[in-house]
Write a protein that binds this ligand. Structure first.
Ligand SMILES: O=P(O)(O)OP(=O)(O)OP(=O)(O)OC[C@H]1O[C@@H](n2cnc3c(O)ncnc32)[C@H](O)[C@@H]1O
Ligand SMILES: [Mg+2]
Length: 178
């Protein structure tokens, strides 16, 4: 089997590899940088879902003999009421070679309130996190999730869960059709 991942970010690509290992799938995984087709910082669930789907569709187009492609996308949700918090959201999409598309939501947690103004001014969460922690490339490592849960759940672990949910749904359908 051959699987394509629509990102070269190790927190995403590594997550798909780990998910496949856990599900005892023998597949070659290829990481490809593709366009998300949405803004660099998606600001709604809908935009984040579209980014994940676009990545998966674009990745599958690149590798003709792939069985399926996975797109993973992070975004933020600003909240529409004064009491609602700004959250990091996560979505994944799997597009199979038969054209079937699967979508799965990942964990979301609240971010510091002061992030809201910066996000509205056009700042990316990845850059905000690096400034907040005075470090580089947090998005490629534990992510906002890992930082704000004191390492309890990392971005990679969350994307691993999303990938397992996607691959599981794909498997269910493949078995049903057999
Ligand atoms: O190379 P790609 O695949 O684009 O990986 P990315 O880290 O940029 O991830 P996304 O494009 O999916 O995320 C959109 C933006 O949100 C940021 N982001 C999302 N989740 C994050 C997290 O847990 N920690 C830090 N930044 C995060 C990310 O850095 C981008 O600025
Ligand atoms: Mg990005």
């Amino acid at each position: 089997m051959k699987v394509v991942v629509g990102s070269r970010n190790p927190a995403k690509y590594g997550a798909v590899q780990d998910a496949m290992r856990e599900l005892e799938m023998e597949a070659e995984a290829i990481a490809l940088e593709v366009e998300s087709g949405v803004s660099k910082q998606p600001m709604t669930d809908q935009e984040t879902i579209e980014g994940a789907l676009h990545r998966a569709r674009a990745a599958l187009k690149e590798i003709e003999d792939a069985d399926f492609a996975i797109g993973l996308e992070g975004g933020v949700v600003l909240g529409s009421t004064p009491s609602s918090r700004v959250m990091v959201c996560n979505w994944g999409a799997l597009v199979a070679k038969d054209g079937k598309e699967y979508i799965t939501g990942g964990a979301r947690i609240a971010l510091p309130d002061e992030f809201k103004k910066e996000l509205l001014a056009g700042k990316e969460l990845g850059d905000l996190m690096d400034e907040y922690c005075q470090r580089k490339d947090i998005r490629k490592h534990e992510g906002a999730l890992g930082i704000f849960t004191d390492g309890a759940v990392s971005r990679m672990e969350m994307f691993q869960h999303v990938s397992k949910l996607l691959i599981g749904q794909w498997r269910y359908n493949v078995k049903k059709q057999a």
